[in-house]
Design a protein around this ligand. Sequence first.
Ligand SMILES: C[S@@+](CC[C@H](N)C(=O)[O-])C[C@H]1O[C@@H](n2cnc3c(N)ncnc32)[C@H](O)[C@@H]1O
Length: 388
Amino acid sequence: MRARKASTVSLRQQIEQEIRQHGPIPFSRYMRLCLFDPVHGYYASHAGQFGKAGDFYTSSDIHAVFGRLLARQFDEIWRALDRPPRIEILELGPGRGLFARDVLDWSRKKFPDFFAAITYTLQESSPALRAKLPETLREHVDTQKVNIPAAGSEDQPKRRLAAATPLIVFANEFFDALPVEILSPAGKLHITLESSRLHEVWLPPLADELEFLDRYGVLPEANERIEVPVVAREWANRIAAVIARGVLLVIDYGYTRREQVAGRHRGTLMAYRQHSVTSDPYQAPGEQDLTAHVNFSALASACELAGMRCEKLRTQAQFLMGIGEINQFADAFEDCRIPQERAKVALQLKHLVTPDGMGEGFQVLMASRDVDPAQIATLSGLSFGGGS
Ligand SMILES: C[S@@+](CC[C@H](N)C(=O)[O-])C[C@H]1O[C@@H](n2cnc3c(N)ncnc32)[C@H](O)[C@@H]1O
């Protein structure tokens, strides 16, 4: 185990020290330190800056309707599983816990039988974000409805209930935060030190990484840098291994192999700092968010190889429209008392489902094990579109 640095050592110094001791580090190691160092990593030191005022916001920051629609979908999944007396929802990377709060509040109000069966586990690796969860979810913590596992084994799904209890694993914008390798025709990206500056060098890639791109992506052409999300694929393998019966639902900005072959999403690593995209991931390590689009072909293939059944990808728009159309999005408008409130909520909803907002770029992958396919086919989230 790596020794914890004293907080007086900056992340840049820590990275420099590691390079001096061990030689050039792969980009994935650099990205892991920048995002997840427990003291100076972006998710540890910028926990107060998420949401509409911060570097990024996610669907749950826009309106509670995102969680409410998903609560409706989870209730349908519970029914598709023959209404078991207990079901666990394991949310990966819950951030501040807004989604979990919306799901639990709405389930308690609208789907009491489902609510009675839920145990909700929030697996969050950032100590600072994890510390905020009990406050956000206070009522549900008090009633022991939620479970927040302690730090440790951050690369393993941590379900609470026995394997025989049906499980829904939910991940919204979790996979896009996982470290990636980067390949170019010159090799695999590593970071070294030159004249005390972080400097890129290209070393030979592993055969496994080349094979990954061959199967699930594209090999980089001249002047291209293509990500190899091996950590995401490992996560998909481990998630599939803990779902003895149940469903995995992944929502993220992403692409398929077919899209990469067609020339899109080729090189998607981005750095965000104070609302703007920067082209330099080496600026101020730990101060900026680093993210890469998700390779859904690789995730789906990992699930299928592990014996799960994958549905065709839906866009977020198709998925949410399918759930919401049943009652004309009453879940969104229920608290609105005056027309101005309705108009505001309508705009927020529009942002979640239109191509200009989050509707088209975000994709939804659903994989299941030991659930009757005829029941899966009835889920409202799958009622629109065949996907790609
Ligand atoms: C982009 S944020 C998304 C937060 C939340 N899902 C949302 O939609 O608002 C990514 C989250 O994943 C968490 N995360 C990343 N890797 C993780 C890991 N290995 N285990 C648990 N959480 C992780 C980060 O700390 C962060 O809270």
